[in-house]
Design a protein around this ligand. Sequence first.
Ligand code: ADP
Ligand code: ZN
Length: 314
Amino acid sequence: RAVIGVDLGGTKIATGLLDPTGSLLARSQKATAGLRSSEEVIATIVETIKEVRGQRDIGGIGVASPGMVDSKNGIILNGVNLPDWDGISLQSELEERLGISVRLINDANAAAWGEYIYGAGRGSQSMVYVTLSTGIGSGLVLDGRLFLGTSSFAGELGHTVVDPHGALCGCGQRGCWETFASGTAIARIAHEAIAKSAAASQMNLLADEEGVPVSAKHVFQAAGKGDALAGEVLEQIIHYTGLGLMNIIHSFNPDCIVIGGGVSRAGAAFFEPLLKKTEELVMEPYRGTFAIKPAELKDDVGIIGAGALFVGHP
Ligand code: ADP
Ligand code: ZN
């Protein structure tokens, strides 16, 4: 039977119909900008589901949401960018309206499950998914099962502390991993290095050509062209990212770490030094026990991961 995945993003609701192999058979997307109440948001979600469903018999609907989600009770605890969206019992609202079983899950956990069933984590036993984007999100598949924890909040690895004297994080702590290795953090570290350096950097030239401030992408591009300052920044970033992965490896002993998010678009210039550094950082018995792979599911990972909750046994 086909399943449906819904991805509640910051700016759009994206819904897809998936066949059992994870292929998208139909897709519907609506902007959330004009919606004024939770009732309108729910109605819009239902509309997208009806659009992709057609006359089909559906095995279940998975919904991926940003922020804190109570998966056991199907409640969105803190709404991100949606009106009156805190404490919404989305699971029962949708089940009542559609008569189909619904599961609600945090978006990083959905992505983890999607990559495990259909993406770069296929065939792995224990896999940790990490998205390096504006922040750092993550999800854990341990011994073949999606691990959610007591309150279904497990996997906020971006907020594990790497340096208690580090930069202030959005969560209130200092020196969380995401203040060192997210795309935002990479840009900040680059700006700090540029401000301290007397020499001109390719990072500025590349950013100026695009008419934008220096971002993570320019660090990788300039380092690739041999820019010394960008090379130093990159080395720091690889070190910090590797420290986070080391903590993950020592905690969960995964055979596979899948990395998604904007920063993973840097490709081999990121993955090759990162594997080397992480192998150096971990304790000896862990060496050679894990792969670090780029995510495969790209933009539809939320839809596919949420739908995949009804495939396999999360
Ligand atoms: P969001 O957090 O909105 O989901 P993304 O996952 O696309 O967004 O992540 C955005 C971050 O990824 C930004 O900090 C951006 O600078 C960085 N990024 C985008 N493309 C690249 C690239 N090719 N190389 C390195 N970093 C990149
Ligand atoms: Zn934090």
